[in-house]
Design a protein around this ligand. Structure first.
Ligand SMILES: NC(=O)c1ccc[n+]([C@@H]2O[C@H](COP(=O)([O-])OP(=O)(O)OC[C@H]3O[C@@H](n4cnc5c(N)ncnc54)[C@H](OP(=O)(O)O)[C@@H]3O)[C@@H](O)[C@H]2O)c1
Ligand SMILES: *[C@@H]1O[C@H](CO)[C@@H](O)[C@H](O)[C@H]1NC(C)=O
Ligand SMILES: *[C@@H]1O[C@H](CO)[C@@H](O)[C@H](O)[C@H]1NC(C)=O
Length: 309
């Protein structure tokens, strides 16, 4: 027995040593993956996009910040450009201003983005708009507008950047979807539809570009404490202008931004970032749809009652 252990000892120790070395090297490699990399963030002027900008900037990325509001983007770029005492090299972000809902201008914006550094390593499709309203009272044009911003905009931008990624055999496309890309909640039709479309499109993309060595990540968060509900549109196209309680008590956007960074570093393919209840709901939708539909109908009745009170 003793002889056996004595014989195996060095072998075991050696294997453990090798494994620890491999693990540490892997961690180091993952840690440094974003240093100097070119990262595009849409919707960087507020909420999750802004926090992603902070986190990726601190990781040493060369950022290109996008949004409609040039003032806010410039303020953020300036803030991030100020020297810090960290030992990592950081870069002053560039900004490219454009409206995602106007797909004709998105291709031109894609060119402008590519001109900044000649290539893009990570494209984070984060910008989006939410919606509140009943289908009966909602103009088709509003359904279309939400789809333009949340779906066709990211599609047009991704396809403007993609050929360069394919040519370089390197690149990572991220889509910030939502739990509502997995389950449809009543009075959120336009938003849920746009996020379901997002999930489907980027799932197809992932399979199609794997042979070029490209990565695709879809991230589906639950409620995050941002201005999303405040900025949401209603059935007649006007601004909702209410900070919903669910959003106000949602996750800290800083925390979610760190999860986005981790997903990119670890090249995760699909991430559901929600609490236990929405996660269970996603499974019920798949495994027991009849129950899911009952629950949603009762939720719709409850919401209608509250509105009438
Ligand atoms: N907050 C949540 O509870 C939650 C939950 C799940 C998923 N998400 C997703 O997270 C992402 C970020 O949202 P957020 O919560 O950070 O909301 P937010 O604070 O309202 O930020 C939305 C961002 O999108 C940009 N944007 C909106 N419409 C645009 C357009 N037509 N063209 C270009 N940019 C546009 C806005 O920039 P400008 O105003 O400068 O254009 C803004 O920076 C969205 O995709 C959202 O669906 C949010
Ligand atoms: C939400 O909007 C208000 C007013 O425009 C702004 O002061 C605040 O910083 C925004 N919050 C976030 C998290 O972006
Ligand atoms: C852009 O952001 C600035 C600063 O938050 C704000 O004062 C201005 O009204 C915004 N412009 C538009 C067009 O929303």
């Amino acid at each position: 027995m003793e002889r056996l252990v004595g014989g195996a000892g060095p072998l075991v120790l050696g294997s453990v040593g090798l494994w620890v070395m491999y693990y540490l090297m892997q961690r180091l490699r993952l840690k440094n993956r974003l240093q100097d990399s070119v990262v595009v963030i849409t919707g960087a002027s507020s909420g999750l996009g802004k926090e992603c900008a902070h986190v990726f900037h601190a990781a040493g990325a060369r950022l290109i910040l996008c949004g409609r509001n040039q003032t806010r983007l410039q303020e953020l770029a300036q803030e991030l450009g100020e020297p810090t005492d960290g030992n990592r090299q950081t870069y002053t972000p560039r900004t490219v201003t454009f409206d995602l809902s106007n797909t004709e201008t998105v291709a031109a914006a894609g060119e402008e983005i590519l001109k900044c550094y000649g290539h893009v390593d990570v494209l984070i499709n984060n910008a989006g708009i939410s919606y509140r309203g009943s289908i009966i009272d909602t103009h088709v044009s509003v359904q279309r507008d939400v789809m333009e911003t949340n779906f066709f905009g990211p599609v047009a931008l991704t396809q403007a950047i993609l050929p360069s990624m394919v040519q370089r055999r390197s690149g990572h496309v991220v889509a910030i979807s939502s739990v509502q890309g997995r389950i449809a909640i009543p009075y959120r039709s336009a938003y849920a539809a746009s996020k379901h479309a997002t999930q489907a499109y980027f799932d197809c993309l992932r399979a199609e570009v794997e042979r070029f060595g490209l990565q695709v990540t879809v991230i589906s968060p639950g409620y995050i404490r941002t201005n999303l509900s405040f900025n949401a549109v209603t059935g007649d196209g006007s601004q909702y202008g209410v900070m919903d309680k669910t959003t106000a008590t949602g996750r800290d956007p800083v925390e979610v931004a760190h999860s986005v960074l981790r997903a990119v570093n670890q090249r995760q393919k699909d991430v559901l970032l929600a609490g236990p209840l929405p996660t269970v709901a996603v499974y019920i939708r798949t495994l027991w749809p009849a129950l899911f539909f009952k629950l949603m109908a009762s939720r719709a009745r409850k919401e209608q009652r509250l509105k009438e009170e």
